[in-house]
Write a protein that binds this ligand. Structure first.
Ligand code: ADP
Ligand code: MG
Length: 369
């Protein structure tokens, strides 16, 4: 799949840009704090309707404005689609595919598939479980619509259950109703866990191979899923049993303690938890390899080539690592690389578009947008 053009209005420091003429390789160049990351983030938002650099979506609106809107044209298998995303302080998110409003996020996410390599993700191993769940959710949401529907439903039910836990605990409400919510949590939750387990199974093989290769056979990385209930045997029964066991505790704590919203991913390097027993360089290398593996998984599962967004980190890597990364995309994927302009760029790509960003103003191949 290829991104053909993008229009950006009031998104962070990019007030107004219309950029047409992307190629397979695109260099997003500019000095510090000019808007390179913001530009990649606008593409990522059109892909996932989220961003990892904000507390609320309001942060994405240019300061002093009341909305942002993004529009892009994506081409796959010779067919082109237009995607629109609007977000305003007064109006909710409003998204359209080929001008048709879609009511569910799951009908929008996945239209533009992306894999992102960025400095925020580099310490994913050390960050809180929330971030690692978010990472796997964003991956699976792009691969599978049912996954995203299940996830939305799961979180709706969870909110209802938490409300009831509060009422039971504070006001002596009847706790029998909890089983109604639990039944629904089990139904969607088990599907979520199964999808994650299946994805992790593929990711771990790819990740292990890449890590062995890049470390000259020295680093064995294992990836595993830490589930809040037993994943051996019947998942439905195990989830139900665990929910029963913790019910009183949940009431006291007024919180749902079991389920995929509490699960985590664990990275084991040479037999030890990588969170505590690996260097920063090793963690960085593991995450880059994880992202490469995610790219391969997305491609394998959907038959589509995701657009690759690489923010900054690329130019800090050594030569062999850069070539190794690019060889995974093999000239097939469309790549956006952000960084200060690099003289070596011609070495990697014979043909590319040069997108320059200065104080939020965007030009492509010397033309003003
Ligand atoms: N909501 C916003 N409105 C206006 N400017 C913003 C907003 N969010 C971030 N910025 C500005 O964008 C600039 C950083 O852009 P960024 O894309 O991160 O730079 P870089 O080119 O270094 O990647 C900063 O000057 C920051 O103040
Ligand atoms: Mg940046």
């Amino acid at each position: 799949m290829e991104l053909k053009s993008i229009s950006v209005k009031n998104f962070r420091n990019i007030k107004d840009a219309e950029v047409i003429g992307f190629k397979k390789a695109n260099l997003v160049a500019g000095g510090n704090a000019q808007g390179k990351t913001n530009f990649l983030e606008s593409i990522y938002y059109l892909s996932t309707l989220s961003s990892s650099r904000m507390k609320t979506l309001n942060d994405l609106i240019s300061i002093g404005e009341t909305y942002f809107s993004l529009r892009c044209k994506v081409e796959k298998d010779g067919l082109s689609k237009t995607l629109d995303a609007f977000y305003g302080l007064e109006k909710e998110t409003n998204v359209r595919v080929n001008e048709n409003p879609v009511s569910k996020k799951s009908e929008f996410i996945g239209e533009l598939k992306t894999v992102k390599f960025s400095p925020e993700d580099i310490d994913l191993i050390k960050r809180s479980p929330v971030e690692r769940r978010r990472n796997i959710n964003l991956l699976l949401s792009q691969i599978s619509r049912p996954y995203l529907s299940d996830l939305s439903r799961y979180h709706q039910v969870l909110a209802q259950k938490n409300k009831l836990l509060f009422q039971v605990s504070e006001r002596g409400a009847d706790k029998k109703m909890l089983s109604v919510w639990n039944a629904q949590l089990v139904e969607t939750g088990v599907r979520i866990v199964k999808a994650r387990l299946e994805a992790i199974d593929s990711l771990k093989t790819g990740l292990k191979e890449l890590q062995l290769k890049i470390s000259g056979g020295k680093e064995i990385i294992e990836l595993s899923y830490k589930c809040s209930f037993d994943i051996n045997g019947d998942l439905v029964k195990n989830f139900e049993k665990k929910l029963e066991e913790v019910q009183e505790k949940e009431i006291i704590r007024k919180a749902s303690l079991i389920g995929p919203h509490r699960d985590d991913l664990v990275f084991i390097l040479n037999g030890k938890d990588a969170k505590y027993f690996s260097s920063e360089g090793q963690q960085r290398s593991i995450i880059i390899n994880l992202k490469l593996t995610e790219y391969m998984l997305m491609k394998e599962k959907t038959g589509e080539e995701p657009v690759v967004l690489i923010d900054d980190i690329f130019f800090d890597l050594d030569e062999s690592r850069r070539s190794a990364i690019l060889s995974v995309f093999n000239g097939m994927a469309q790549v956006f690389l952000a960084g200060t302009e690099d003289k070596n760029f011609e070495k990697y790509f014979s043909e590319y578009s040069l997108i320059k960003i200065e104080e939020g103003k965007v030009t492509i191949n010397g033309q003003k947008s």
